[in-house]
Design a protein around this ligand. Structure first.
Ligand code: PEP
Ligand code: MN
Length: 341
């Protein structure tokens, strides 16, 4: 359930409501950064829900209590009606500007990551991506990433270019190490329901970029987001990256509809990754553009200084020139839907 406070409710009244919630062994969460305070009540309520709702509704400063029947709560727009804007350095994710995250699938060499970063920055990307520690690969003989060396290179490139960096974390034990270097922690499609990992990133302060799983319903996906939020970290970005496909034209099926549904259901910034969703560099432009048209707050795109020599995802990574030529097209779509880029 959620407890919607009156607009003029004061701190003392809010504190009293939170105390009453704790008194019945439930956890109160307050929506961050919005004018009207909404308190989400988290925990298992088995008996007496109606009586409990009446009890909370009668407290001073409370406007009304809604049951919220959705299985996810903290990621729901009911709890937080306004869009959340996440500040990462100078970059505002979830605001009017569509944010492009670009960079290679994996950090491979110093020269590769520096040159790619400079190229994507010049083309208008605002955040640099690169897998390091470690890459989720289907087969153990494939390149697994450079490990901490890759993280150090990313941090060096941030110094050189000023671009914030995002990289993937695969296990709870690595969270502290990766958070030491990265500005945003990525959790990939394969780990979207690794609940220990979700809780571990929820307990640290860096924003989290959580990708949807290949066969995960949106409800289940937002349930995964709730695992992070319920540990106290309010800054989560969600990302559609394609789902299981019956056709083999593309690596996955880009679920553009999911972008629109997510924008409606959650207040968190919503991204689309047309690179992993399609697995084809010639599909990045149409599918990425469709994502922006559907309301995406940003795109994540793989760009490599020499994709033909890439050690992973070679066929989907863009040459910097291709990325540069694509950006004005994305800008035009963004403008058409009332956004900046
Ligand atoms: C990635 O972005 O590097 C990646 C592995 O993507 P996904 O988890 O979506 O497969
Ligand atoms: Mn990749």
């Amino acid at each position: 359930m959620i407890i919607i406070m009156r607009k003029d409710a004061n701190e003392e009244q809010i504190e009293r409501v939170k105390k009453e919630v704790r008194q019945v062994q439930l956890r109160p969460f307050i929506n961050p950064g919005v004018e009207r305070k909404v308190i989400a009540v988290i925990g298992e309520i088995t008996l007496g829900k109606v009586a409990l709702m009446d009890h909370f509704a009668a407290l001073e400063g409370v406007e009304r209590v809604d049951p919220i029947s959705k299985p996810y709560k903290l990621s729901s727009r009911d709890y937080h009606p306004e869009d959340l804007v996440i500040k990462i350095g100078e970059v505002e994710v979830g605001g009017p500007e569509v944010i492009i995250i670009a960079g290679p699938c994996a950090v491979e060499t110093r020269e590769q990551i520096i040159e790619t970063a400079k190229a994507v920055k010049a083309a208008g990307a605002k955040i640099l991506r690169g897998g390091a520690f470690r890459k989720p690969r289907t087969f153990p003989n494939s390149f697994q990433g450079l490990g901490e060396e890759g993280l150090k290179l990313l941090a060096e490139v941030r110094e050189i270019t000023g671009l914030p960096i995002i990289t993937e974390v695969m296990s709870p034990e690595k969270v502290d190490l990766i958070a030491k270097y990265a500005d945003i922690l990525q959790i990939g499609a394969r780990n979207v329901q690794n609940f220990d990992l979700l809780e571990a990133v929820g307990r640290q302060p860096k924003p989290v970029f959580l990708k949807r799983g290949l066969a995960l319903k949106i409800k289940e996906y937002l349930g995964a987001v709730d695992y992070i939020l319920s540990e106290g970290n309010p800054n989560v970005i969600v990302c559609e990256r394609g789902v299981i496909n019956f056709d083999d034209e593309m690596r996955n099926l880009p679920d553009i509809g999911a972008v629109a549904v997510l924008k409606r259901e959650t207040y968190l910034p919503v991204f689309l990754d047309p690179s992993h969703a399609t697995g084809r560099r010639d599909m990045i432009e149409p599918v990425g553009g469709a994502g922006i048209a559907a309301g995406a707050d940003g795109l994540m795109i793989e760009v490599h200084i020499r994709p033909d020599q890439a050690r992973s995802d070679a066929v989907q990574q863009l040459w910097p020139e291709q990325f540069q030529e694509m950006m004005p097209k994305f800008r035009a779509v963004a403008k058409a839907v009332g956004r900046e880029l």
